[in-house]
Design a protein around this ligand. Sequence first.
Ligand SMILES: Nc1ncnc2c1ncn2[C@@H]1O[C@H](COP(=O)(O)OP(=O)(O)OP(=O)(O)O)[C@@H](O)[C@H]1O
Length: 323
Amino acid sequence: MIELEGLTKRFGAKTAVDHLSFTVRPGVVTGFLGPNGAGKSTTMRMMLDLDNPTSGTVRIDGRHYRELQEPLKYIGALLDAKAMHGGRSAYNNLLCLAQSNRIPERRVGEVLDLVGLTAVAKKKSKGFSLGMGQRLGIASALLGDPEILMFDEPVNGLDPEGIHWIRNLMKRLAAEGRTIFVSSHLMSEMALTADHLIVIGQGKLLADTSMADFIQRNSRSYVRLRSPQQERLRDLLHANGFVAVEAGGGTLEVDGATTEKLGELAAAHQIVLHELSAQRASLEEAFMQMTAGAVEYHAHGTDIHGGGDGPAGPRWGETFEGV
Ligand SMILES: Nc1ncnc2c1ncn2[C@@H]1O[C@H](COP(=O)(O)OP(=O)(O)OP(=O)(O)O)[C@@H](O)[C@H]1O
């Protein structure tokens, strides 16, 4: 388990991480999401004691990272895949890490096998492709067989087979009861991997929620209609208090209505429908909507939604269930 309490990091006048408090629990994959510059890497670095917090604390199974003896046995991390010593072979890079954490040498072979690098184990890592470097970084994270694993943008540079592999690896590790914390700026990727989400924007916590709840709360649901009598249909909808927005391709979108209600209304007025479907915005859209507040805040430096007539949904600084 990883626990953050009031974690804050300032670089001069810039607050990169702003009073973050959340808990990363075992047994699930927790996605750590935020747009570029949101403060994800800085947070992860502080979790690993690579950066000092300005204030606040991080606890790894109740202890500060510095208090962990042989930390690789508690927490493994892939932060910067290029952090390896390029002049050393993949095997020797891992061996050095293993020796400094009293991990038996046979484990080096095991993790190289696990990440599919056995064939290039003796090659210098500076010649590795980005994807091979990522795999080597993942091997180093797994070396101590830790209960907690952190991955910063692990699919970067991986080919589709590699992406599939890392997704399954993270799920398998979580199913073994480990704590898996993975950052990404891609919601679509998280949708396929994470069970729980922590979303940050401009260093602040925007959401701490299960994936299912996140989708439920943040994605807009609407009905899409297409008709050869589009104008009549639109007038009819307006006359009945619905706001129908033209969405291209001859379709209309209506918020806050059911397909049953709209289908019956059209039928009662003998309007032919070629499409009547319930739609839900994608996770990517939900994420954009949520973090749009942070971007707007950045641009205006004031209350972004003024009179409250902005888009429905979460806003900058607003809290969510579980936050
Ligand atoms: N050493 C530093 N000195 C000054 N500012 C920094 C430093 N490290 C990070 N920052 C700033 O802090 C903010 C958060 O950066 P961070 O790299 O943690 O974000 P991120 O969410 O990981 O973004 P990305 O997805 O682009 O990696 C950014 O505005 C960044 O410019």
